[in-house]
Write a protein that binds this ligand. Structure first.
Ligand SMILES: NC(=O)c1ccc[n+]([C@@H]2O[C@H](COP(=O)([O-])OP(=O)(O)OC[C@H]3O[C@@H](n4cnc5c(N)ncnc54)[C@H](O)[C@@H]3O)[C@@H](O)[C@H]2O)c1
Length: 416
């Protein structure tokens, strides 16, 4: 089987090794693995045609956006703690001082962009940062660390192409940039309901500040309004006084603001409507269904379903979302675009999939459904397919395997 990387056989076997490796994988193997990555032996190969003919996914990204990177490199970043050693006996962490950064693409100055990512220390933002860094761009993250973690981007701190700034998007921020990915906003119900006023301020004032910045520096700005059911033409049906309103209505106003800045001030905007996303670096304790189930299964607890479990959800893997965001930013298209995976699973099927993946004898228990819990959520992604040539590539089962591996490593490293 051919692959997009030079060192075909060994890359495949490394992929398989990593996927199948158990918890006591030897330090020696890890070191060998890091050396291979450091010396760039199997690094970039732009023979991208072959990516899409693979049975297994060996690279993510899209040739037209030059966002293709080997999957193995991303896995190396999030599956292995690089700069710290955890001692379970004393429950202490030692931080290492010397560090080697992964090789990033060397771009000519005209192609190298200065890119601001708000919320870049969060789940989605940090994966976007990894990709933009590996692509060779200069990346500036601003984050107030409300739900994000420095650790999520810690492997880039000190890199000449990277800056991490603690800043709240509710306050104005001035910087010269070419593109802005505006992702700052708590995304899970316990976090956005913790301080609903702050959530509305983050969506509304944060978006005004980013659009104002884009207007001043003539940057392209990608905004992230809320997931809407069905096609992009559906205008939503939001309860303005319910518990989710601070999030849903905030996102709707953000979208209104985005188009007001476009029409009134000619700001170059993109709008993605993101549907449920999962993957490594999700918060382990924020009550979202995937992380809940995986953590319960890993701890040997029964998996909790709210309601009868027949409500359906569709979940996209985070690398697919990042592909879509980068394609959208680099496309000349202003209307909103749905990014999600239309494959539907009932919550019960999802729980069973995770129980199988973790290989545990845990059972499923049911509790009453919460208020305003939608019965069905499924994106219509025809527009993304037509305009961007994008559709999800990751089967949910494979994404779950990867996410389980990540949570296992985090537990071993004493990080959750
Ligand atoms: N994950 C999903 O399934 C999903 C679905 C739909 C939409 N989204 C949207 O995608 C974006 C990213 O979501 P995520 O899942 O990565 O969430 P996340 O909570 O992991 O990340 C959000 C980041 O924004 C930061 N942040 C929050 N308020 C801030 C403020 N006032 N100033 C500066 N930084 C702030 C947080 O610290 C965090 O790093 C959010 O806008 C979210 O609404 C996510």
């Amino acid at each position: 089987m051919s692959t997009i990387v030079n060192d075909t056989d060994s890359t495949e076997s490394k992929c398989n090794n990593l996927m199948n490796s158990n918890n006591d994988k030897s330090k020696e193997t890890e070191d060998l693995y890091s050396d291979k990555i450091r010396d760039g032996q199997w690094f970039w190969n732009t023979n991208t045609e072959q990516i899409f003919s693979q049975d297994t996914i060996v690279a993510v990204g899209h040739p037209s956006a030059k966002s293709v990177v080997p999957l193995e490199l991303l896995r190396y970043i999030y599956l292995q703690p690089h700069d710290r050693i955890y001692d379970p006996k004393t429950h202490t962490i030692s931080y290492l001082q010397t560090r080697t950064y992964l090789p990033v693409k060397s771009l000519p100055p005209r192609e190298k962009k200065r890119i601001l990512v708000t919320g870049g220390a969060g789940f989605v933002g940090s994966h976007l940062v990894d990709r933009l860094m590996l692509m060779g761009h200069e990346v500036i993250v601003i984050d107030n660390f409300f739900t994000g973690r420095k650790n999520n981007v810690g492997h880039w701190i000190g890199h000449p192409n990277f800056e991490l700034i603690r800043h709240d998007v509710v306050d104005p921020f001035l910087i010269e940039v070419d593109q802005i990915y505006h992702l700052a906003c708590p995304a899970s119900p316990p976090h956005y309901q913790y301080n609903p006023i702050k959530t509305v301020k983050t969506s509304v004032m944060g978006t005004i500040n980013m659009l104002g910045l884009a207007k001043r520096v003539k940057a392209q700005v990608y905004g992230d309004p809320e997931e809407h059911p069905q096609a992009e033409t559906y205008w939503g049906n939001v309860n303005p006084i319910g518990p989710r309103a601070c999030y849903d209505e905030g996102k709707r106003v953000a979208e209104t603001l985005t188009y007001a800045y476009m029409n009134q001030d000619c700001v170059d905007v993109r709008v993605a409507r993101i549907f449920n996303t999962f993957g490594p670096r999700m918060n382990a304790n924020d009550g979202r269904v995937v992380s809940n189930f995986i953590m319960q299964a890993l701890k040997g607890e029964d998996l909790t379903i709210y309601g009868d479990g027949l409500q359906t959800r569709s979940f996209q893997y985070v690398h697919d979302l990042v592909d879509g965001l980068i394609l959208l930013m680099n496309a000349d298209y202003k209307e909103p675009i749905n990014l999600g995976n239309p494959d539907e699973y009932t919550i019960r099927e999802f729980a069973e999939l995770i129980i199988n993946e973790v290989n545990t004898s845990c059972k499923i228990k049911t509790l009453p459904a919460p208020k305003d819990d939608p019965k069905k959520r499924r994106p219509d992604i025809r527009r993304a397919e037509q305009i961007l040539g994008w559709k999800p590539r990751w089967p949910v089962k494979q994404g779950i395997g990867e996410t389980v591996k990540y949570f296992q490593r985090q537990l071993e490293a004493g990080l959750i």
